[in-house]
Design a protein around this ligand. Structure first.
Ligand SMILES: *Cc1c(COP(=O)(O)O)cnc(C)c1O
Length: 511
């Protein structure tokens, strides 16, 4: 079968890359995003057949259906490596029915305890595969330097995914005062000879802007090429290599729910996703387009509710909108970059170019009635306040004994508000222990803005987890998190925000 080719959401890139080429390139020429030219159309039997397979086999099937340019036998080897013993549950993405009709899809059993592992344990292997092919063909000119700006979860998952990969190095920038104690320790204790980690004096936006500026600095790119034989690349969620693995778990979850009796084969389920960059929920949209019986896609936001407003009104407006701090920091976002892919699928490249230009110049765009109507056929949105989300954690724990993290809590609340007769798949994106301080506040009845009580205020992030376990006896802490206080901190540099800060950090790290 011919490998799927990719096209560009802005219609400016006519190179039609294959899957692995799109992974290595990351973003299309002209700033658009790659999307597949064609999608497979799955029969119900194909979907249900996954329930008898291991997760690596399920992923191999889905990648095969999507016609990636890697042979199935080789894909299976890569998937066995991606979804192997570094996961603490061999089902990888298990579904648990917590109350009748509400099923939780747990995406945090990987090495960094957040859903980013679903894609970032997988995508770097395809990256290496593409490099190996280039090398065999004698066309590998430079090694790759992956630069990542992170608000906390992506950085660690990318470090873990790229550590000690041949011909690849990775440097991560995080806001020095913007990540939790656990998130910082996860990053600065990272193993691997090809990794670097820097704090930035500034917030996540400052990190992201500085990294973007370094990417588009021609002199810096030339210097890396000439002095170090390196080429810049990105592991952010605009990379299609992060999207495809996120389609797999929706197909997998539907098969599991039919097998467990949670839904009758062929009947629809609704899906509720805690959303930031719109990558996770977009995986559900593509799974639906491929034929998985998904009904409504419920887009759950926190107090940074630009997406909920967009889905309600058809106007995306960040002019005059302030960035709010929340207990679900991985959803704190103003520009939700993967939305561009949905807009392309619902409209066309000409309109996407127009809307993105308007967003850049005026901070807003409004979609036409037809596009808005199409969007409303699939999506509903709602948002949850900081204090409500902590309230959900304690209420659901009291009622069911199930302990969830603040991101999952946002989705749970929206699912409860918007559900109708369909069973709902609530997507759980982080282990509670990754956000232990806010879970502790939730279980002790505190509000988000309240300080921790004096007996907890000076504890490390890891020690706080033990306090949570005093309140929630059966709550388990992943081993990798429990060992963080004892691990050696390898990286301590904090650099100034801005392009020069990032570029100087990379230079010093390389020498
Ligand atoms: C990244 C992340 C999200 C948001 O996912 P998007 O794909 O950006 O919408 C939600 N929860 C957690 C815990 C995350 O790490």
């Amino acid at each position: 079968m011919e490998a799927t080719r990719y096209r560009d959401t802005r219609g400016l890139d006519t190179t039609r890359p294959s899957f692995t080429d799109a992974v290595v390139k990351g973003i299309a020429n002209g700033g658009g995003l790659y999307v597949p030219e064609t999608l497979p159309s799955l029969a119900l039997d194909d979907i249900l057949s996954l329930s008898d397979l291991s997760y690596p086999e399920r992923a191999t099937r889905v990648f095969g259906w999507c016609s990636v340019d890697v042979a199935p036998e080789r894909t299976l080897e890569l998937m066995n490596a991606a979804y192997g013993s570094q996961w603490d549950d061999s089902r990888i993405a298990p579904v648990e029915e917590v109350v009748p009709g509400l099923h939780v899809l747990e995406l945090w059993h990987g090495p960094t305890s957040a859903f980013k592992d679903m894609a970032l344990q997988c995508m770097p292997l395809f990256f290496s595969e593409a490099i190996a092919v280039q090398q065999a063909a004698g066309t590998l000119a430079d090694d790759y330097l992956v630069l990542v700006a992170t608000s906390g979860d992506t950085g660690k998952a990318a470090l873990e995914g790229f550590a000690d990969r041949d011909h690849t190095r990775i440097v991560v920038f995080y806001p020095a005062d913007g990540v939790s104690d656990i998130q910082r320790k996860q990053m600065v204790t990272q193993r691997g000879d090809n990794v670097g980690v820097f704090g930035v004096r500034g917030n996540f936006d400052d990190c992201q802007n500085a990294v973007k500026a370094a990417f588009s600095d021609e002199a810096f790119n030339n210097e890396l090429h000439e002095t170090h034989s390196l080429k810049l690349s990105s592991a952010n969620s605009i990379n299609w290599g992060r999207l495809l693995p996120q389609i797999t778990y929706y197909v997998s979850a539907y098969a599991d729910m039919v097998a467990s009796g949670g839904v009758v084969a062929g009947e629809p389920i609704d899906v509720c996703v805690p959303t930031g960059n719109f990558g996770n929920i977009l995986g559900a949209y593509y799974a639906k387009m491929m034929g998985v019986p998904l009904g409504k896609l419920l887009c759950a936001s926190n107090e940074n509710n630009v997406l909920a407003d967009f889905i309600a009104t058809g106007t995306y407006d960040i002019s005059g909108r302030r960035f709010v701090t929340t207990p679900s920091p991985s959803m704190d976002i103003l520009i939700s970059s993967n939305l561009e892919r949905l807009l392309f699928e619902l409209a066309d490249a000409d309109r996407v170019r127009e809307w993105m230009a308007s967003l850049a110049s005026e901070g807003r765009f409004q979609v036409d009635r037809a596009t808005f109507g199409l969007m409303r056929e699939h999506f509903i949105g709602d948002w949850v306040s900081n204090d409500e989300s902590l309230g959900v954690i304690s209420r659901v724990f009291d009622e069911t004994g199930y302990l969830m993290d603040p991101h999952t809590a946002v989705a749970w609340e929206v699912a409860e508000r918007l559900r109708d007769a369909n069973p709902v798949l609530v997507v759980s994106t982080a282990h509670w222990a990754k956000f232990g301080a806010d879970v502790y506040k939730a279980l002790t009845g505190l509000m988000y803005g309240d300080p921790l009580p004096s007996d907890a205020a000076d504890l490390s992030g890891v020690d706080l987890l033990a306090k949570v376990q005093e309140l929630a006896e059966n709550a388990r802490v992943p081993l990798a998190l429990a060992g963080l206080d004892a691990a050696t901190e390898r990286f301590s540099s904090v650099v100034s925000a801005g392009r020069d800060g990032v570029e100087d950090a990379v230079r010093s790290w390389l020498t």
